[in-house]
Design a protein around this ligand. Structure first.
Ligand SMILES: *Cc1c(COP(=O)(O)O)cnc(C)c1O
Length: 380
């Protein structure tokens, strides 16, 4: 079986597992129990991980709030910023193609009286920056825009948006679940106030993530209790998970340039092979795109049918969160992709352990399935 669904999740790197193991048993302390060795050991490990994560995005360790993943980080960033906004400010700005864990918190905020603008995107999936500027009002609290898209892999002009937001005194949040560890992120240079991250998309464990919140950013906590994480997110810290997340960031930081170049080469090999299939269509910008992503449509071929026939390849027709729903992608719809092409979209997400051989095998399988299907159709 070949795994090419790394936007949904990734296997935990064996080095990450090794770093985590002691913190389940021997070093089991509560990171808040600072009056004995067990607690101190756990606390120190958490602080080390905080520094490893901060370093990958050029933040300060004190600006990292641990959460259960990017979904929770998005909820804390959006509901937290809205909840702490001064009187008179009630407007929030985002894109129609955002991840559900951004769109749904906004939906709830709209129910409680906030005004939410969902900007359309261009045919290539990118935001129209001029349109974004025009949508800003004196009441705007925050702009939230995905760093890298989980379905189509497009990279938004984050630095440019950051400049605009800072100039206008508006908070800037980005969901970087897919971008972290794959493309350079510098929260200072990019003027980011809030950034959502998760470990399980970067070869770390599931159920742990973080929100970077620039020092001084006011947020209303969403989980109250023992006052952990500076009162921003209460609950006993998931020490093994946090240690794994830190290690995963450290590995990404050391290898990012080389690994991203390798993934890009694999992706382009895949693309060149798929271009031989008549009518094949690439969804979203190829130029502004994650190195490991490809989203294509084979017109006339239902993606569900194709994926079922590709017995030895793990691929997806779009977002994992939506794969239980028969509705074709709202993301591709927002790009103006036709119904026919939407129904035939397939997402490739390459990862750390994929090889050239695997790419070639997947190409052979796809071409075989499509040919067999066509022959069947001709015969019928
Ligand atoms: C995976 C993903 C999430 C959800 O992250 P969890 O840690 O699973 O909650 C949010 N946003 C994007 C863009 C993602 O790819």
């Amino acid at each position: 079986m070949i795994y090419m669904d790394h936007h949904a999740t990734t296997p935990v790197d064996p080095r990450v597992v090794r770093a985590m193991v002691p913190f389940f048993s021997e070093k089991f302390g509560n990171a808040a129990s600072l009056n004995h060795r067990y607690g101190k050991e756990a606390h120190e490990a958490v602080q080390r991980a905080r520094a490893q994560i901060a370093r990958l995005i050029n933040a300060e360790p004190s600006e990292i709030i641990f959460t259960s993943g990017a979904t929770e980080s998005n909820n804390l960033a959006l509901k937290g910023a809205a909840g702490a906004a001064p009187d008179g400010k009630n407007h929030l700005l985002t894109l129609s193609t955002e991840h559900k864990s951004v769109l749904d918190p906004f939906k709830r905020l709209a129910l409680s009286g906030f005004e939410v603008t969902h900007l359309p995107v261009q045919k290539d999936g990118l935001v129209d920056v001029e349109e974004l500027k025009r949508a800003i009002t004196p009441r705007t609290i925050l702009i939230s825009i995905l760093f890298a898209h989980n379905e189509i892999g497009v990279l938004q002009p984050i630095a440019e948006i950051g400049r605009i937001a800072r100039e206008k005194g508006i908070l800037f949040h980005s969901d970087a679940a897919q971008a972290l560890g794959k493309v350079p992120i510098d929260v200072r240079k990019m003027n980011l106030d809030l950034l959502s991250m998760t470990a399980h998309k970067i070869y770390g464990p599931k159920g742990v993530g973080a929100l970077y919140a620039r020092r001084g950013t006011l947020l209303a906590p969403q989980i109250d209790g023992g006052g952990h994480e500076g009162g921003m997110r209460s609950g006993t810290l998931n020490v093994p998970g946090i240690v794994g997340f830190g290690k995963a960031c450290e590995i990404c930081r050391g290898r990012m340039k080389k690994e991203s170049a390798r993934l890009l080469k694999l992706r382009n090999r895949l693309l060149v092979g798929l271009l031989k299939i008549p009518g094949m269509n690439v969804n979203g910008s190829l130029k502004h795109r994650l190195p490991n992503n490809l989203n294509v449509s084979f017109p006339g071929v239902e993606s569900g049918e194709l994926l079922k026939r590709l017995k030895n390849v793990a691929l997806s027709s779009g977002s994992a969160c939506l794969s239980t729903s028969p509705e074709p992608s709202y993301v591709l719809k927002a790009l103006g992709v036709s119904e026919n092409l939407r129904r035939s979209a397939v997402r490739f997400g390459l990862g750390r352990f994929n090889t050239e051989k695997e790419v070639d095998a997947v190409l052979r399988d796809i071409i075989k399935v499509l040919r067999r299907r066509k022959n069947g159709a001709d015969a019928g």
